[in-house]
Design a protein around this ligand. Structure first.
Ligand code: 2YP
Length: 262
């Protein structure tokens, strides 16, 4: 736990944990907490430190998923005078990152975003908005991690972890989800997509479900993405519309929209 506090002691998290976030609406909180992480450097694999799976909280280096997780975890905390408690934040990071909030080996981390969303809906802190609003359906077929083990440190040296992840992939590959195809998303978004919503970008990369994540942010009526950008190498608000980003990304097929529930 002490290393966690050390990580948490970083400027970014402490400023957010103590910053007076006045927003009350949960989506406003998501946006405020996401904006509070602006310019944080993009660093991949921050969670893949040791061989033993443990909760790591590092708000000074984020990728697209950990960025959304930290904003979500902060936004789920009870607030008193615009402040949140450090312990609540750490508990919520574990809650959103691990299946049913339990750290139990590498495969308990919600590696595929279909699993990550399912966990939030099942545990009542996320709402699948695209499931309510869209009739476009996509079958899940995930096998990317176990067919690219060399990209995942904990899979390279552990047949046990590969076998456990294969079970996860098989279970997820029985599911379907609703999404908005890229050509159905206007520049100015859709009336039911709100700033602060979580955007998961669907992909046609074989064996993968989602290939990027961020937070919806309307800027002068244009739906942009607040995200940890692999291009800008930091957390930014996209200078182009999300619809344009989708057009320019060959393997991005559309979006899923999920919303925080407090
Ligand atoms: C996830 O990748 C990893 C988790 O293992 C990791 O790669 C997979 C299937 N899961 O715990 C988590 C946090 O580091 O990242 C994410 C990755 O997005 C990258 C990091 C990004 O755009 O910043 C999630 O899965 C969200 O989209 C995909 C993407 N992974 C790949 O494209 C292989």
């Amino acid at each position: 736990m002490k290393e966690l506090i050390k990580a948490l002691g970083s400027a970014c998290c402490m400023s957010l944990l103590t910053m007076g976030v006045s927003a009350q609406d949960a989506n406003d909180l998501m946006l405020a907490n996401g904006i509070g992480l602006l310019n944080v450097p993009y660093v991949a694999h921050t969670l893949d430190q040791g061989d033993q799976e443990e909760l790591i909280v590092n708000c000074d280096e984020v990728d697209c998923t950990t960025f959304v997780e930290y904003a979500l975890a902060m936004s789920l905390c009870p607030m008193e005078d615009g402040q949140i408690a450090e312990g609540d934040f750490i508990d919520n990071v574990q809650r959103v990152r691990y299946r049913d909030g339990k750290v139990n080996g590498y495969a308990s981390r919600l590696h595929y975003i279909t699993d990550w969303i399912d966990n939030g809906v099942r545990n009542g802190y996320l709402e699948d908005i695209t499931a309510q609003k869209s009739n476009y359906e996509q079958k899940v077929s995930v096998y990317y991690m176990t067919t690219h083990p060399s990209l995942y440190k904990q899979l390279t040296h552990s047949q046990e972890n590969v076998a456990a992840m294969k079970k996860v992939e098989e279970a997820l590959s029985k599911e379907t989800y609703r999404y908005i195809p890229k050509d159905k998303l206007p520049t100015n978004g859709l009336p039911w997509i709100k700033s602060g919503d979580i955007i998961a970008i669907t992909t046609d990369i074989p064996g993968l479900d989602i290939s990027h994540m961020g937070i919806a942010f309307y800027v002068k009526g244009t739906l942009c993405l607040l995200h940890a950008s692999t291009v800008s190498k930091k957390v930014v608000v996209s200078r182009t519309a999300l619809s344009q980003m989708l057009k320019e990304a060959e393997h991005w097929t559309g979006i899923r929209v999920v919303r925080i529930r407090k």
